[in-house]
Design a protein around this ligand. Structure first.
Ligand code: ZN
Length: 339
């Protein structure tokens, strides 16, 4: 699970609530700062059977295994259909099947989704532990859904914890607010957010961050969205590397932001490596087939070589002698490692 550097203080503070856990906690703060990831990290730790002293999940017990695979029997995540339609930050591919219909996915959390929780809460837990429901963004609850949730919060089922997140408390029913313990997740300090964005390979990070009012995840999404075409061209090549392809793609990408190209390649290699080790994909789940094929074919030693080469390139990506040669070189090296 992902936790961001600016959330450390909040995490420490949250641990004090573990002793007497409220049945509903409402995490609030600006959009684009990673609240959903924070909630899911906390949810995993509440379900973990061997929590570490710092409050983090062990990542090794049966419960953690299910959680990471998105099939923990005592866990539910409620989000609008529209959010399920795109890859979650943790790389999960959600909303298969029903979200593929031609109708635009709903941006509301609907009453059916809240009703579905009733069945979940009526059966006893599988692990004799807690039952955890994560719901965000709470302002997406439409009126019938709000009222249905309110009923549940008024008569909380034993052993169940609701973790809600909201970008704007003033859009929630006061009756919902009054039944949750509020917990603030403030905007990170500019310097901290900036350092993180730079680590993600975002060029001109400062202006992206400022344009998004200091919200680092929003800035990252925007920065990447701005060059989506370039990312697609690169991924397309990485999925099917060849010498010809490397030269053609380098031609296409000569004007791209080099640190971003390096960062995408690093994430891609991370996915190949992670798939090889554990079958998990974090960044590019829509390329599962290609990642699986690569993971099956590339030797670990070659993969390590590619990963090392790419991180060395990161250091010079800001000032290459020739952008086109830089890209060519990187893609040719990748090709030699991965074919
Ligand atoms: Zn665990």
């Amino acid at each position: 699970m992902t936790m961001y550097p600016w959330q450390q203080a909040a995490w420490t503070q949250l641990q004090q609530m573990r002793e007497r856990l409220p049945h509903a906690i409402l995490f609030h703060g600006p959009a684009g700062t990673g609240k959903a990831d924070f909630l899911e990290t906390f949810a995993q730790s509440l379900l973990c059977e061997n929590v570490r002293p710092d409050g983090h999940a062990c990542g090794e017990c049966a419960s953690c295994g299910w959680f990471v695979q998105h099939n923990h029997p005592d866990y539910r995540r409620v989000r609008p259909e529209a959010l399920e339609d795109e890859p979650a930050p943790d790389g999960e591919e959600g909303g298969e099947g029903k979200a593929r219909s031609t109708k635009a996915p709903s941006k509301d959390i609907k009453i059916e989704q809240i009703r579905a929780l009733a069945d979940f809460m009526n059966i006893s837990t599988h692990r004799q532990g807690l039952r955890v429901v994560v719901l965000y963004p709470a302002e997406a609850l439409n009126m019938p859904a709000s009222n249905a949730l309110l009923k549940t919060l008024e008569e909380p089922p034993p052993g169940t914890v609701f973790l809600l997140a909201s970008n704007s408390l003033d859009r929630l029913l006061p009756t919902i607010l009054s039944r949750c313990r509020k917990f603030a997740l403030p905007m990170p300090a500019h310097g901290e957010a900036l350092a993180w964005l730079k680590e993600q390979g975002v060029a001109d990070a400062d202006s992206w961050l400022r344009e998004q009012g200091g919200a680092p995840l929003a800035a990252l999404a925007e920065a990447e969205g701005g060059s989506r075409e370039e990312m697609e061209a690169l991924l397309h090549f990485l999925a099917r590397p060849s010498t010809d392809g490397a030269l053609r793609t380098a031609e296409k990408l000569a004007k791209a932001e080099l640190p971003a190209l390096v960062a995408w390649t690093q994430r891609w290699l991370y996915d190949v490596f992670s798939y090889k080790l554990s079958g998990n994909i974090r960044y590019f789940p829509r390329y599962q087939k290609e990642l699986a094929a690569l993971a099956g074919r590339v030797h670990t030693a070659s993969l390590m070589r590619a990963i090392k080469g790419t991180s060395e390139r990161r250091a010079v990506a800001d000032h290459p002698l020739s952008a086109k040669l830089f890209v060519e070189d990187m893609l040719l090296e990748y090709t030699s490692c991965c074919t």
